[in-house]
Design a protein around this ligand. Structure first.
Ligand code: FAD
Length: 428
C-alpha cells in the first residue's frame, strides 16, 4: 500500500476551505481528455474543457493544489516572467503583438471564475512592484508605458513620498501599482476551481501518480492501480513532474522558494505595514514578495534554491529578509514556514507545446505563474477544440536546453543566482 501524500504544513493548508478527499484511480476509465496534475495549469485546463462539454479526468499524485499552486505567494501578477519588450527584442514584433494581447488575460480569468463559481479565496485588488533605486523606478516607468501600449489602463507610478500609503518601509525609492493585479489565498482558489470542475461532471483522482503515458490514439495514462484511456492528454506536472516525460524534464530546472507566515498581528499594526492592503514584490532579480492574509498575518517569501533542495531552516533564511523590510516586527513570531518548487526555463518564458499530436503540455512559468497558468488552461483548451492560433503563439517560441545538460545546470544556475544576488546588492 503506497503512502498517502498530504499538503505541506503551510499557512494555506491550515486555513484551507473544507474539501473532500478524493479516491485513487482503480481500474480503467475512458475520457475525452486526461489531465496529469491538479495545480492551476491542470485544473484551469480541465475546467475550461468541462465548460465546453468535454469528459475530463484529472490525475493528481498527491492532493489538489499540493504543488506550487497551493503554496505560492498568492500574488496576481500580470504579464510574464520576461516582459513583452524582451519578447519583441528576442522573438520579433509578431510574437510580441500576439503574446502582448494575452498578457493581462490570466488575471481576468481568475476574477471571472471567482465571481462565477463564488470561490471564497480572499481576493484583494492591487499588486505593487517596489523599486530600491532610481534605476529600478525608471524601469518601472518604462514597464508602465509598455503595458499601456498593450491596453492596460490601471497603472499608477508612486514616488518616494507616496510610498507611505503603500508600505511602511524606508527602503524603497518608489513603486508601480497595478490595480489589475491583486492577491488571493492560492490553495483556496484551486480548491474552488476543482469543485467547479466537479460540479460540471469532471472527475479528479488524488494519490494517483501517473507512472507511464503510452502514446497512441487513444493514449493510455497509467497509474499504479489504473489507467485512463483518452483521446487527448494534457501534461501539467510542472516542477513536480520529475522524469515522467524526459524531453520535458531536460528543458526546465525545478527551483525552490521559501515562504513564512507570522502569527496574527494586531489589526492596526497589520494596516500600518501595508496601508493599501496590496501585495508587494521588489524589483531585485532574487526578489522578496509579501502581503497580508485575511486574518492579519504577514506572509513573506524570498530566496531561491536552485535544484529545489530542501532549505531546512526556512525561518532562518526568510526572517532576516522580513526584518530588513519591517524592523518593527522584531518581536513577532513566525508560525508557518514552507518551501515550494517552481519551474525555471533558460529564457524565463513558459514552454508550451505537444510531445505527440494529442499530448499537450505547458510548464516553466519561471516564478510568475498564477496568471499565466490560468491563461495556459484556456489556450490549451482552445487548441484541443481545434483553435490553436493562440496556443501556437506560445508554442512557436524556441525552447532552449540548459547548457551542460542535467548534470551542470544546477551548479551553473547557482552561480547565476550568486551573480544576480551580487548585482542586487550593488544596485547595478
Ligand atoms: C513558494 C512559491 C511562491 C510563488 N509565488 C508566486 C506568486 O506570488 N505569484 C505568481 O504568479 N507565481 C508564484 N509562484 C509560481 C506559481 O505558483 C506557479 O507558477 C504555478 O502555481 C504553477 O502551477 P502548475 O499547475 O503548473 O504546477 P503545480 O501547482 O506545481 O502543480 C503540478 C501538480 O502536478 C502533480 N504531478 C506532478 N507529476 C505528476 C504525476 N506523474 N502524476 C500525477 N500528478 C503529478 C503535482 O503533484 C502537482 O500537484 C510561486 C511558486 C512557489 C513555489
Amino acid at each position: 500500500m503506497s503512502q498517502t501524500i498530504e499538503h505541506t504544513g503551510s499557512y494555506y493548508a491550515y486555513s484551507a476551505n473544507p474539501t473532500p478527499e478524493r479516491s485513487a484511480l482503480r481500474g480503467s476509465l475512458r475520457a475525452d481528455v486526461c489531465v496529469i496534475g491538479a495545480g492551476y495549469t491542470g485544473i484551469s485546463t480541465a475546467l475550461h474543457l468541462a465548460e465546453a462539454g468535454y469528459k475530463v479526468v484529472v490525475l493528481e499524485a498527491a492532493r489538489v493544489g499540493w504543488g506550487a499552486s497551493g503554496r505560492n505567494g498568492g500574488q496576481i501578477v500580470n504579464s510574464y516572467s520576461r516582459d513583452i519588450d524582451v519578447i519583441e527584442a528576442r522573438h520579433g514584433a509578431d510574437a510580441a503583438r500576439k503574446l502582448g494581447a494575452m498578457a493581462f488575460e490570466g488575471g481576468k480569468i481568475i476574477r471571472e471564475r471567482i465571481a462565477k463559481y463564488d470561490i471564497q479565496c480572499d481576493l484583494k485588488d492591487g499588486n505593487v512592484f517596489a523599486a530600491f533605486t532610481q534605476k529600478q523606478l525608471d524601469e518601472l516607468a518604462a514597464k508602465k508605458a509598455l503595458w499601456e501600449r498593450y491596453g492596460h489602463t490601471g497603472l499608477q507610478l508612486i514616488d518616494k513620498a507616496g510610498m507611505k500609503n503603500i508600505v511602511s518601509s524606508d527602503q524603497y525609492h518608489g513603486a508601480l501599482l497595478d490595480t489589475w493585479g491583486g492577491h488571493i489565498h492560492p490553495l483556496n482558489l484551486v480548491l474552488g476551481e476543482a469543485a467547479a470542475f466537479e460540479s460540471l461532471g469532471g472527475q479528479i483522482f488524488e494519490q494517483s501518480a501517473v507512472v507511464d503515458v503510452v502514446k497512441g490514439k487513444p493514449a493510455k495514462v497509467k497509474t499504479a492501480q489504473g489507467e485512463v484511456v483518452a483521446d487527448t492528454v494534457v501534461v501539467a506536472g510542472n516542477a513536480y513532474l520529475g522524469n515522467l516525460i524526459p524531453q520535458l524534464a531536460e528543458k526546465t530546472l525545478p527551483c525552490g522558494t521559501q515562504v513564512v507566515t507570522t502569527e496574527r498581528l494586531d489589526p492596526a499594526l497589520a494596516k500600518s505595514l501595508l496601508p493599501g492592503d496590496n501585495c508587494v514584490e521588489d524589483c531585485n532579480f532574487l526578489l522578496d514578495y509579501y502581503r497580508l492574509t485575511a486574518d492579519n498575518r504577514l506572509l513573506y517569501g524570498g530566496g531561491t534554491v536552485y535544484g529545489a533542495r530542501d532549505p531546512g531552516e526556512i525561518e532562518s533564511l526568510v526572517r532576516p529578509k522580513m526584518l530588513k523590510t519591517f524592523p518593527q516586527l522584531e518581536n513577532v513570531k513566525i508560525e508557518f514556514g514552507w518551501t515550494g518548487n517552481f519551474s525555471l526555463t533558460l529564457s524565463r518564458l513558459p514552454q508550451v507545446g505537444r510531445v505527440d499530436d494529442n499530448i499537450y503540455y505547458s510548464q516553466g512559468c519561471s516564478g510568475h505563474g498564477v496568471t499565466y497558468t490560468h491563461l495556459a488552461g484556456r489556450i490549451i483548451s482552445e487548441a484541443i477544440r481545434g483553435q490553436s492560433e493562440r496556443f501556437d503563439a506560445f508554442a512557436n517560441l524556441p525552447h532552449y536546453p540548459f547548457p551542460g545538460g542535467r548534470v551542470f545546470r544546477v551548479p551553473m544556475l547557482t552561480m547565476g543566482a550568486w551573480w544576480y544576488g551580487m548585482r542586487d546588492r550593488l544596485g547595478v
